[in-house]
Design a protein around this ligand. Structure first.
Ligand code: ZN
Ligand code: ZN
Ligand code: ZN
Length: 369
């Protein structure tokens, strides 16, 4: 897969069209996922302004600090045929953007733009209403192209390869941190560019869904929640959770693990075009609630994934948005018993014409190591 497949040149025109349709005069995209999505440029977020200026009509340009010009020109953004406008250390790059834009009434700022920049834009473009660029980009970013789905599949295979190695690392007597260090190395060895997170949650720590790692020594007979992910060089992210047990797990754990497995299965099976995000959440939640563990499933069922680990659509009650082919998201119900232990099973699922396709495929039964 080349960057022309993943970040097609035609995207910029599609974004301009969507910007006009949304009634915005321009998008101002500083380094982060929105800029990368539109241009392919994985620019460093720095205090010096880099900004892709996308007017609803007319010529887009990329404003860059002069010392970043070689990096910008070497990036996939150079394929777009847009002008690179370099600024020098004593220039005001915000005034430069304002001068290029002329009179504007409403601009979309990259969702992850620093407040430092958004406030400078407020001064440079007085009277211009600021909204999130996400209001324009969300529809496009949610609907993954075949190349994007292929990149997510590649990410899924890479993280699955790491989960297959977890039994080598997980042993009674080691700390979560030691196990986490081995996993982080394996994430890079499997082809990721970065390690985004490594959760190794043993025993009672398993009841904290976003536990990190700690110096706690893993004991025999303990369940361990392992939730890991990274970003491939092409920008696409992986995220998968499996729950392991170091030796035979406690009886009360084994009882709810099977409930969780059925809940995760039910939610994956519910995925198809036209079904709402909240009904996928309900498919998992109903199984867990019927078994009496409803109060212990304390988070939404999932989140979209792409060039960010967490993006739209969110699989949560209240989100009536219907799924469409190309939507990709996690299905990750969990059951958490405070002070005792917890479990979560997480796959990335992509909605296709014929239903959900799971991009992770390691065993979902409890793995006893
Ligand atoms: Zn999470
Ligand atoms: Zn996860
Ligand atoms: Zn997740």
């Amino acid at each position: 897969m080349t960057s022309s497949d993943l970040y097609p040149v035609s995207r910029l025109a599609a974004v301009q069209e969507a910007t006009a349709k949304a009634g915005l005069d321009a998008l101002l995209l500083t380094p982060g996922p929105d800029l990368r999505y539109v241009s392919g440029y994985d620019a460093k977020p720095l205090e010096r302004l880099t900004c892709l200026v996308v007017p609803a009509s007319g010529e887009p340009c990329m404003v860059v600090p002069r010392l970043e010009l070689p990096a910008a020109e070497a990036s996939p953004a150079s394929r777009l045929g847009l002008e690179f406008v370099a600024w020098d250390e004593t220039d005001d790059p915000y005034a430069l953007v304002a001068a290029r834009l002329g009179r504007v009434a409403k601009v979309g700022l990259a969702d992850r733009m620093w407040a430092m920049s958004s406030l400078r834009f407020r001064d440079a473009l007085p009277g211009a209403e600021q909204v999130l660029a996400g209001s324009v980009l969300r529809e496009l970013r949610m609907r993954k192209s075949p190349a994007e789905v292929a990149a997510l599949r590649e990410a899924g295979e890479a993280i699955d390869a790491v989960h297959r190695r977890v039994p080598e690392f997980l042993r009674a007597g080691r700390t979560e941190r030691e196990v986490g260090r081995d996993i982080a190395e394996a994430i890079l060895a499997a082809g990721h560019a970065t390690v985004d997170f490594v959760i190794v949650a043993s025993g009672p720590n398993g009841a904290s869904p976003h536990h990190d790692v700690s110096d706690r020594v893993i004991q025999a007979g303990e369940p361990v929640v392992v939730d890991i992910g990274g970003q491939l060089h092409n920008g696409y992210c992986s995220d998968s959770t499996r729950t392991y047990s170091v030796g035979e797990p406690p009886a009360d754990f084994a009882a709810y693990y099977e409930v969780l497995r059925r809940a995760q299965e039910a939610a994956c099976a519910a995925v198809r075009p036209g079904v709402s995000c909240e009904s996928v959440d309900a498919a998992a939640r109903d199984v867990i609630a019927e078994a009496g563990y409803g109060g212990y499933f304390i988070h939404r069922t999932g989140h979209g994934i792409g060039i960010e680990t967490h993006e739209e659509p969110y699989i949560v009650a209240g989100n009536g948005e219907p799924l469409e082919p190309g939507h990709a998201f996690s299905v990750e119900p969990g059951i958490y018993l405070p002070g005792r232990h917890g479990a979560r099973i997480e796959d990335i699922v992509v909605c296709t014409e014929n239903g959900g396709e799971r991009l992770n495929d390691t065993p979902r039964e409890l793995v006893i190591v």
